[in-house]
Write a protein that binds this ligand. Structure first.
Ligand code: HXC
Length: 516
């Protein structure tokens, strides 16, 4: 065989080695744990036939301790492809190769796609399934992680970064997901923690399972680390596709315009009936959101965490908007530490990617309590205020009902830099709620009254009509228009259209100092 023949033979052989590496044995290993292989995951996520792999034959670095297997690809598949015809870069860790552990070459491969995604202005999706830093490579694997974190930060606010946890993510490995914009987890097969159950037992003598400590429900409900959780891997990956359909590819591009498919732009009468007559009765803000957005389609983010605020994406006349809404059904819609942080990070994401924000407001105030005060509700509430104030995107607020005290100011109020502020006739805008105000203003009269309860009720009613209404603010220009709830969707479409070319240039500075 001549040299050319040998070269082609070599080419074929090498490709066969990779095929075998990712073949039946690897598949069975993963499937037996209820997981898909790295390649199967990529195939679900990307448009068929669009994946182009790079660095498939990269060899792991030598290491002094133990055996690093010389396995082509070094436990991670990297490359690019398309989702709904749009370019994305991707890396998928392969747990069947040294537990998907991260050594220097593995990290360099991820760095390469991170760098390319940033230069090309395309989102990057990381599918993670790894035992963490490769023990044999010591500090070089730690340095590898640091090089990923560095790029996560450099790309933040430039391209969307999405982390999908599909197996273990332990130790410092959790910090790349934490630095990215959205974290997806799959129920029962993924977990994240800085120190695992064994260390918890050793140090604190506490018993906890992997699932309870760092499973998907723990991070979706308690820590707020996970933005989306799904029951299986396929639905997790379809969830990533859905999220990306709302987002621009980078901070210089517009989000994709979707067909409105005949969504109504006339009045929506049902909106008139949602807010109950009794101001203390709850309702579901998601019913309002659905009646406002195109086709009643709302992609909720962090659905299970701090449910007193609702955040997510929808479309108005085909254009993506971010929505932040108080939820009267949970804690009466009060703001607290967790809801402030949840809202703030979302507003900042939208601002970074030029996604206009709609705020739907029904908030009785900040949640009182020792835990809240000692937990730092002052600085955490300030985050939401900061996020709204610094955002230069189109910002619109609709006050549906309660809008009291500091929470009025925070929820994208006029003087905080909002562009349009609408109120429904049911709005109550004031320093505090009627009962609290009467208790302070009429303390002496209440003490002297024959029937204090009756007196309080009457005065509260008077306060509600005379002060806690939308018209005081309307007369002062702090509300631009009091609107019929039925025309909310029409008003918002027109208002966001009017704001399309908004420019809001701030003085140059290195960066502000958000109260972290
Ligand atoms: C090298 C590793 C590895 C690692 C797993 N493997 N983790 N190799 N470095 N960190 C290898 C195993 O030796 C094994 O090799 C194969 O991967 C599969 O691992 P198993 O243990 O058989 O799998 P399983 O029973 O499913 O358990 C998975 C696991 C466990 C829970 C993740 O492997 C584990 O505890 N690994 C260590 C996790 C960890 O503590 N990592 C370091 C975190 S600190 P063979 O040859 O048998 O197939 C960290 C610091 C980062 O990451 C700092 C950044 C700032």
């Amino acid at each position: 065989m001549d040299v050319k023949g040998k070269r082609f033979q070599d080419f074929t052989k090498r490709n066969e080695i990779i095929k075998e590496l990712r073949g039946k044995e690897a598949r069975e290993k993963q499937h037996s744990k209820g997981k898909l292989t790295a390649k199967e995951r990529i195939d679900i996520l990307l448009d068929p036939g669009t994946f182009d792999e790079i660095d498939a034959q990269a060899q792991p670095a030598d290491a002094g301790f133990g055996t690093v297997k010389k396995v082509m690809g070094d436990g991670v598949i990297t490359g690019h492809g398309k989702i709904s015809g749009r370019l994305v870069f991707i890396y998928a860790q392969d747990f069947t190769v040294m537990g998907g552990s991260l050594g220097s070459v593995h990290a360099a491969k991820i760095n390469k796609v991170q760098d390319m995604a940033l230069k090309m202005g395309a989102p990057i999706v990381g599918l993670m399934d790894s035992g963490g830093a490769r023990i044999q490579e010591g500090v070089m694997s730690l340095a590898g992680y640091a090089s990923i974190f560095y790029r996560n930060v450099a790309s933040s606010g430039v391209i969307p970064q999405i982390s999908v946890i599909m197996g273990p993510a332990a130790g410092g490995a959790v910090y790349s997901p934490a630095l990215t914009d959205f974290v997806f987890m799959t129920n029962k097969t993924s977990y994240m923690f800085v120190t695992g159950p064994n260390v918890v037992k050793e140090v604190l003598n506490e018993e906890v399972t992997f699932e309870d400590l760092g499973g998907a429900p723990a991070h979706a409900k308690k820590s707020g680390v996970a933005h989306f959780i799904y029951e299986d891997e396929e639905n997790t990956l379809l969830g990533v596709q859905k999220l990306l359909s709302y987002l621009p590819s980078n901070n210089m591009e517009d989000a994709p315009q979707s067909k409105t498919n005949g969504a109504t732009i006339g009045p929506v009468d049902k909106l008139r009936d949602i807010v109950p007559d009794d101001a203390n009765k709850a309702y579901d803000i998601k019913d309002v959101i659905k009646l406002i957005v195109d086709g009643e389609k709302f992609l909720e983010v962090m659905e299970n965490f701090a449910q007193n605020i609702v955040i997510g994406f929808g479309r108005l006349n085909g254009k993506t908007i971010g929505i932040v809404a108080n939820q009267p059904k949970v804690l009466a819609g009060c703001l607290d530490i967790n809801s402030s942080m949840k809202g703030a990070r979302f507003v900042r994401f939208c601002d970074a990617f030029n996604i206009p924000v709609l705020t739907l407001e029904d908030v009785p105030g900040f949640l009182p309590g020792i835990n809240q005060e000692h937990g730092g509700v002052i600085k955490h509430g300030a985050k939401l205020m900061y996020a709204y104030s610094e955002a230069t995107i189109p910002k619109i607020t609709v006050i549906l009902r309660k809008s009291y005290g500091g929470a009025y100011c925070v929820m994208n109020s006029k003087r905080l830099g909002s562009d349009f502020n609408f109120a429904w006739p049911t709005a109550e805008i004031a320093v505090m709620g009627p009962e609290g105000a009467v208790a302070i203003l009429y303390r002496k009269e209440l003490e002297a009254a024959e029937n204090p309860q009756q007196f309080k009720k009457e005065m509260a009613e008077k306060y509600r009509l005379e002060i806690a209404n939308p018209y005081v603010a309307y007369e002062k220009g702090l509300i631009d228009e009091v609107i019929d709830p039925a025309v909310t969707r029409m008003k918002l479409i027109a208002a966001f259209e009017a704001l399309e070319n908004k420019q809001d240039l701030k003085p140059a500075r290195k960066h502000g100092n958000i109260p972290l």
